[in-house]
Design a protein around this ligand. Structure first.
Ligand SMILES: [Zn+2]
Ligand SMILES: [Zn+2]
Length: 226
């Protein structure tokens, strides 16, 4: 008589789960956490020629990510985790424990997560960027601090032109009592797409006198791999 586990299907590929399955995904699917191409730009983490400018603006000393979003499990895992797939969250963080971190990352004074609005965080019960940042800080032996904040709602926005609303909504600021003057700060996010969020964070840190900023994401979703 077959075991129930033998009949269960992988939620990624719909094949049989087999040995090594974790949180409803088979070992083959989990192996699809694909590193970025070796030949990538040290600023935008995208593969482009050394003489070519980055496709999107960058404002940091170093930028990298652990995995390629579109080449692998990203489009399944990340939305699933944000819907509350805690098994996937734990498994992904487990993989992040073993993934290689960029060699420059150890040179920073503190690690801070890209801020999520408090409402969204409350609704989900956790925040993937923050969990990733805590993990990176622990692995590097560097302080973890939530230095940045994103306003819950910008009250005065109604009635303003759309472009102005977007600018206001884009605000990222330092939390009260969180000085970064002279500090080298590593900002961590879950998915890096255009880099707009990182730009806002780097801008806020620069304004407050941070000495250097670098960015690191779990996944890089690039134009080229889209
Ligand atoms: Zn599978
Ligand atoms: Zn680049």
């Amino acid at each position: 008589m077959p075991l129930l586990a033998d009949l269960a299907r992988c939620r990624g590929c719909l094949g049989s789960l087999g040995t090594g399955a974790v949180a409803g995904l088979c070992a083959r699917c989990w192996s699809l956490l694909v590193p970025l191409p070796e030949e990538r730009c040290p600023l935008c983490a995208q593969p482009h020629g050394g003489g070519e400018a980055c496709a999107d603006p960058v404002a940091w000393a170093w930028g990298d990510a652990l995995w390629d979003y579109h080449a692998g499990l990203g489009p399944l895992l990340v939305p699933g985790i944000k819907r509350g797939e805690l098994g996937w969250l734990r498994a992904l963080l487990g993989r992040a424990e073993g993934a290689s971190l960029p060699p420059w990352a150890g040179g920073y004074d503190l690690v801070c997560p890209v801020p999520t609005s408090g409402l969204r965080r409350w609704w989900r019960g956790f925040d993937l960027a923050e969990q990733a940042a805590e993990l990176v800080a622990r692995r590097l032996g560097i302080a973890f601090r939530r230095v940045l904040r994103k306003p819950l709602l910008a009250r005065a926005q109604t009635g303003l032109p759309r472009s102005q609303r977007q600018r206001m909504g884009a605000q990222v600021t330092l939390r009260a009592g969180q000085g970064v003057r002279g500090a080298a700060v590593l900002v961590v996010d879950d998915v890096w797409t255009t880099g707009t969020t990182f730009l806002r964070c780097a801008g806020a840190l620069d304004r407050e006198g941070a000495r250097e900023v670098a960015v690191l994401a779990l996944f890089r979703a690039g134009r080229r791999s889209g």
